[in-house]
Design a binder for this molecule. Sequence first.
Ligand code: UD1
Length: 337
Amino acid sequence: MAILLTGGAGFIGSHTSVELIKAGYDVVLVDDFSNSSPEVLNRLKTITGKEIPFFQGSILDKDFLTQVFQENDIEAVIHFAAFKAVGESVAQPLKYYHNNITGTISLLEVMQEQGVKKIVFSSSATVYGMNNVSPLTEDLPTSATNPYGYTKVMMEQILMDLAKADADWSVTLLRYFNPIGAHESGLIGEAPNGIPNNLMPYITQVAVGKLAELSVFGDDYDTADGTGVRDYIHVVDLANGHALALKHNLTEKGTHIFNLGTGNGYSVLDLVKAFEAENKVAVPYVIKERRPGDIATCYADASKAKEVLGWTAQKDLHDMMRDSWKWQSQNPNGYDK
Ligand code: UD1
C-alpha cells in the first residue's frame, strides 16, 4: 500500500516525501511541474536512496489520475497540488478557481471511483481571514480576501461536505502557517518562479545577491516593532506533522482539522536580524507602504495537533535561518543549473 502525493515535487510535497519514507511509508508522486522542477526527483533519490515512483501529469486529467490509481495500490492521498500566489490569483481568478477547485473535484471523483476515501489536505492559515484574533484556534469561522484564499476555503468546504455525506471518508485539513527553512542537506528547498512573493525566499535572494534589497511592507502595524508578525514553521517540522496526521487519518473517519504552526510570532525585522546574525550575511532593506490584504499579526494555537497527533514543532528560528540559507547559497538559482 502506498500514499499518493499530488504536487509531490513542490516545496512542501518534496519535504513530506522524505519524512514519510523515513517513517516507513511507500510514496507515489504526481506533479505537472507547473511550479516545480524534475530535478527535485534526483535530489529526493540522493536524500532517500530510493527511486520514488513518479507520474507527470495534471490532477485535472481524470484519465491520467485513474491510470495512476490502477497502476499503484494507493491507500490514501495527501493533496498539495494547487496554485498559491495571492497577487496572481487576483489578476487571474479563473486560472485559480479552475486549477484548485476543479482539480480537487477531479481528484476526489477519481478517489471515489477507485474506492480510496482517505485524504489529507494542504490548507492554509489564510482561511482565518482578516478578522480573527491570534492565537488562532481551529473552530474559528473561516473567510477569505482574495481568490487564492477563497479556493482554500471552498476546497475545505467540499471536503467537509463529502465526509458529511459519506461516513466512509477520512478527511484531514492541515492549516499551515508560514513554512520556511529547508532539508538539512540543502538539496531541496523553496524555489519560487520569478520574483518571490513571500518573505523568506525574498530575504535569501537578497542575501545571495539576486535582488538588491528587501521591501518591508509597513512599519506602522500594532506590533512590537511595527512590522507584521507571523508564525514561521520549519518545513521539516511541517512535513513530520503530515506523517502524524496521515497516521491518524488512516484510522479515524470523519473530518479532522489541525493547525500546523509553532504558536510563536516573529516580525519581519526579527527575521531579518535573525538571518543576518545566524549566517553573517547582510540583508539591506527599505521600509515601504503596507501590502494590501496583509494583517498585523497571525499565529497559531498549536495545542490541538499536540493533544490529538502528538505533534509539536522541534526546530527553532536559528534552524530555520540556517537551513533556508544553506539551500539558497548552495542553489543560487534554485533547481536551475
Ligand atoms: C502569504 C499569503 C497567504 C499564503 C501564504 C503562503 C498574502 C497576503 N498572504 O502569507 O495567503 O497562504 O503567503 O504562500 O499574500 N513581507 C515583507 N516584504 C516582502 C514579503 C513579505 O515585508 O517582500 C512581510 C509581509 O507584509 C508579512 C510577512 O512579511 O508581514 C510575511 O509575508 P509572506 O511571506 O508573504 O506571508 P503571508 O502574507 O503571511
